[in-house]
Design a protein around this ligand. Structure first.
Ligand code: SF4
Ligand code: SF4
Length: 351
């Protein structure tokens, strides 16, 4: 488990155990859930539709054997059922505001009963943008429920009646891979449910989602030119695990995701000029497009790199990048090349 997340979860559970720190625990839990949810937001905003039904670890044991879309559905269906059927005892979010139709889901269950190719088939049917809206609504609703809880509620257990209601809701499949959930949830008190599914369950599935998307990016980048259009090196980029690079569909660079049609201005311009990258452009010194916008503190370093590529080629450029990373500790190349492209180029030439 991610060490930082495991530590935060541990601290929250500790704070929850004492009445004096209960409110602080709930506040920290909500902040932690926000942090975890941000990972889902980045994935939903950053990746192409096909990423959500790929199973790069199909057949493996563990949560990473699923798809990105399935993981989102599963996390928030479970939370919706537990939060509303058991804790708040009101209507689930899925059945409000036509969320079910919007997501396109053919099931109302948690998805535990699905296996192998059925998971990919199910994931293909989901409208990911709508699924994300549903997930967000569930999260916000659960946060409100958490805020209304009092310390004395933590020991609350669940009656046979609730168990019956869960069974009758048909939100948990009768398949042996799913039906155990009802006994599992009903065997816990509210404190136990806060751990599973409100925090630990998120951590485990979101970690699995990170593994899936890292693998998808790795697959997308295989055999693809690692030199970005603007002159950065995807092989050395600190966001390498998040991005397939601007020559793939898995381009999560913010200059792409924040631009119209998700096409980075540098990529668009090079495509229009029918050139391989900005290093082939005669206007580079004065260009202020995309990554070269003056407000970007990496603009001049990228320009320096493009000018180096123009003179020495991509192979030499990648070698220099490796050398720089061996020699210095840095995340962004401007930390070494500075804010003046002529000076940056001199540094590269010296290496
Ligand atoms: S700024 Fe544009 S060209 Fe540069 S890495 Fe990002 S997407 Fe690629
Ligand atoms: S004008 Fe700017 S963005 Fe377009 S190819 Fe030239 S350097 Fe790149």
């Amino acid at each position: 488990m991610d060490r930082d997340w495991a530590e935060k979860n541990k601290e929250i559970q500790k704070l929850l155990s004492k009445e004096a720190t209960f409110n602080e625990a709930v506040q920290k839990l909500i902040e932690f859930r926000e942090e975890l949810f941000q990972q889902i937001t980045w994935i939903v905003e950053g990746y192409p539709d096909e990423a959500f039904y790929q199973m790069p670890f199909a057949g493996a044991k563990g949560y990473h054997s699923k798809t990105l879309a399935y993981s989102i559905w599963h996390i928030f269906r479970i939370e919706d059922i537990v939060a509303h059927e058991m804790i708040a005892e009101d209507e689930q979010i899925l059945f409000r505001n036509a969320y079910l139709d919007a997501t396109g889901s053919p099931i109302i269950t948690t998805g535990n009963e699905l296996e192998g190719e059925d998971i990919a088939g199910f994931s293909k049917k989901l409208n990911v943008k709508e699924l994300y809206i549903y997930a967000k609504a569930v999260k916000e609703s659960s946060d409100k429920i958490l805020l209304q809880l009092q310390y004395k509620d933590l020991k609350r257990k669940f009656s046979e009646e609730i168990k019956q209601k869960l069974t009758e809701s048909k939100c948990v499949s009768e398949d042996e891979n799913a039906f155990w959930l009802i006994d599992y949830w009903c065997g816990k008190d509210i404190k136990g449910l806060i751990q599973m599914p409100f925090s630990r369950h998120w951590i485990m599935h979101i970690e699995a989602m990170r593994r899936i998307k890292n693998k998808l990016c790795m697959i997308a980048r295989k055999g693809v030119d690692p030199v970005a259009i603007c002159g950065l090196s995807c092989n050395h980029c600190f966001l390498g695990e998040w991005c397939g690079g601007c020559r793939t569909e898995y381009n999560t660079c913010s200059f792409a995701t924040c631009s119209e049609g998700r096409i980075c201005p540098n990529v668009k311009c090079c495509n229009e000029k029918n050139i391989d990258g900005c290093y082939e452009c005669s206007e580079i010194e004065t260009c202020e497009k995309g990554f070269y916008v003056p407000s970007n503190d990496g603009a001049n370093a990228a320009k320096a790199q493009s000018l180096y590529i123009r003179e020495h080629g991509k192979k030499e450029f990648l070698k220099i990048q490796t050398r720089l990373h061996e020699k210095y500790e840095f995340e962004k190349v401007q930390e070494i090349l500075g804010q003046d492209y002529k000076e940056g180029l001199k540094i590269l030439e010296r290496e």
